[in-house]
Ligand binder design. Sequence first.
Ligand code: COA
Length: 329
Amino acid sequence: MSTITAAITAVGGYVPDFVLTNELLETMVDTNDEWITSRTGIKERRILKGENLGTSYLAIKAAEDLIAKKNINPEEIDLVIVSTTTPDMPVAATAVYVATQIGAVNAFAYDLQAACSGFLYGMSTASAFIQSGKYKKVLLIGADKMSSIIDYTDRATCIIFGDGAGAVLFEPNYEGLGVQDEYLRSDGIGREFLKIEAGGSILPPSAETVAKRQHYVFQDGKTVYKYAVSGMADVSEKILERNNLTHHDVNWLIAHQANKRIIDATASRIGLEEEKVLINIHKYGNTTSGTLPLLLFDFEKKFKKGDNLIFAAFGGGFTWGSIYLKWAY
Ligand code: COA
């Protein structure tokens, strides 16, 4: 019997229509296009507008795009995982609602939270379910409505984040394609530097926490930047080394889109040519769980069967890691 590997067999994506440009941000906080572009590479981001629309709205759209393109019967999906930092509600997993709405009525479903590494960790989880041989179709969605937790009076964070979602389907592969290796890391030191202080079990919501604006993302950008640059580069280098790959063997770098300078530092550490580094941060900003699948969504047509993709991410917690995957179609 041949070994089962877990391959990505379909991709979907969705970003909302409203475009929040750097120019528009200039009218909201004390910032400017030149500062944002040179520090982050971001030109604009998408924002989900509309009453009562949460992360599930983005996730459902991305999943429906995948289902329509691949023409799959949603009743055949075994498991739906939604990686998100902005669930619809603190209790009642977003994934469960999403699964029901897309017609995945035979699936079980749950959320996975690991900040900006959520989708990468989700790839590890989804592929393990496939490799076990027990499940044939696992839908992994990375979705975040970051605008729901961003303080639009704080110029240090509001210029960075945007809303969006991407989805991938994992299925068994018998040709050795799909996930080849993973190297995942975490370090609890990170929660001082990137967090939402209130609303959890340590500091439940109160009039005081609202008044102190503690339900918004706080980030010590400089410290996070320092850890992110070394973290993402280290794991990417490590995964190449232990799979005996050089930059010549890598076809595409799929890196978390938090800051163009962090991505460039990772590419530079592994000696990767610029044209192999996929970038869409200028269009969407940091969509947290959405960045990696939105890269797949935007650049799907470039990939060829057998291509070597290196995924890398760094996020709050801290969480970070790298996955080596061979493209399957
Ligand atoms: N517009 C204009 N000026 C701004 C600004 C903005 N939007 N935000 C901050 N500044 C100012 C600061 O107040 C500071 O001014 P000062 O020197 O007078 O005090 C100056 O610009 C430099 O700020 P600093 O925070 O040191 O900038 P930076 O070069 O570190 O860039 C980030 C800020 C957020 C872009 C950068 O730190 C970063 O990308 N961090 C990592 C983010 C990340 O990856 N987060 C997610 C992980 S998943």
